[in-house]
Design a binder for this molecule. Sequence first.
Ligand SMILES: Cc1cc2nc3c(=O)[nH]c(=O)nc-3n(C[C@H](O)[C@H](O)[C@H](O)COP(=O)(O)O)c2cc1C
Length: 184
Amino acid sequence: MTDPVRILGVCGSLRAGSYNLMALKAAMELAPEGVEMRLAPSIGDIPLFNEDVEREGMPAPVKSFREALGWAEAVLFVSPEYNHSIPGVLKNAIDWASRGADQPFADKAAAVMGASPGGMGSSRMQLHLRHVGVMLDLHFVNKPEVMIGSAPSKFADGRLTDEPTRVFVGKLVTALRDLAVRLR
Ligand SMILES: Cc1cc2nc3c(=O)[nH]c(=O)nc-3n(C[C@H](O)[C@H](O)[C@H](O)COP(=O)(O)O)c2cc1C
């Protein structure tokens, strides 16, 4: 039997009632067999990137995030878009993690999805994250694209309730598992 694919879920929103965090939790529920999924430690504790701070050593929240990435062989990003792009808090965490000789993203499988109250469902953030992934040497799943628009109608009582969306989310985690296995 092959080892389960270790997937780290990273949420780009710090909001307590975040739709994206609910979507990430749904992905964890819907993960197929052969997957072990964990939630990344909060990226909200990571200070703003500053090379002067970096020179004094990686701050503890950065170390925790990098350790979690080190455990993972695949990463699932679940994030809103802010002003048509990657939320600063997520980009900041990625920038910190990308420092140092040991590259915690390099050659790993990745997938992205996101939710928004509007119709676009984070699509522009997703494209920008894929672009950043080129520099990080991440290998993104191409399809399915999971863009959860009109979020207030798809979540209730703290969870993703829309059945067709749940099916897509499960398919995305399955595609991520399969890509990670191919990369082994
Ligand atoms: C600074 C800021 C910029 C935003 N820009 C966009 C945007 O460009 N496109 C969009 O669909 N929603 C935008 N939104 C709305 C977010 O999609 C919405 O707040 C969403 O619920 C955030 O995700 P969360 O529920 O996981 O916290 C923006 C929200 C904020 C706070």
